[in-house]
Write a protein that binds this ligand. Structure first.
Ligand SMILES: [Fe+2]
Length: 133
């Protein structure tokens, strides 16, 4: 699949396992960009959100294993919880028919793109660097 957005070494945190998980997120975002014009139905979008949640649970627990001793760990953990809350809330709204599917896809995309910029680039890179990783 062609990549619209690409992981770059500037986003590297110095731990290959974490970088690989971040690349997975890029792949998911590229899939999302691809399915938006296809106007997928509720089931497909919910499937993607479920995959995103499963990814988040696994990835965040990996990061937290490394960052537990970091002085800003609580702030970092809070952001991870906010990520999960955001996706869960959107998922619930879709299930209850309170959110337009196309709009939901755009909201997730905007949220994930801002996550790359604000969380991975700033918090992950900075916090791992502080650990000497
Ligand atoms: Fe993180």
């Amino acid at each position: 699949m062609s990549e619209i957005i690409r992981w770059s070494p500037t986003l590297g945190v110095g731990v290959e396992k974490i970088d690989e998980q971040h690349r997975e997120l890029f792949a998911t975002i590229n899939r999302l960009i691809k399915i938006i014009p296809e106007k997928k139905g509720k089931a497909d979008v919910l499937k993607l959100l479920n995959e995103l949640l499963a990814y988040a649970t696994n990835h965040f627990s990996s990061e937290q294993e490394y960052l537990g001793e970091h002085p800003d760990f609580v702030e970092h953990l809070y952001q991870h919880l906010e990520f999960e809350k955001k996706i869960i809330t959107l998922k619930e709204k879709i299930i209850l028919g309170q959110e337009d599917i196309a709009l939901a896809c755009h909201k997730v995309l905007i949220f994930l793109l801002s996550w790359l910029q604000n969380h991975i680039l700033h918090h992950d890179v900075r916090d791992f660097a502080a650990l000497g990783k």
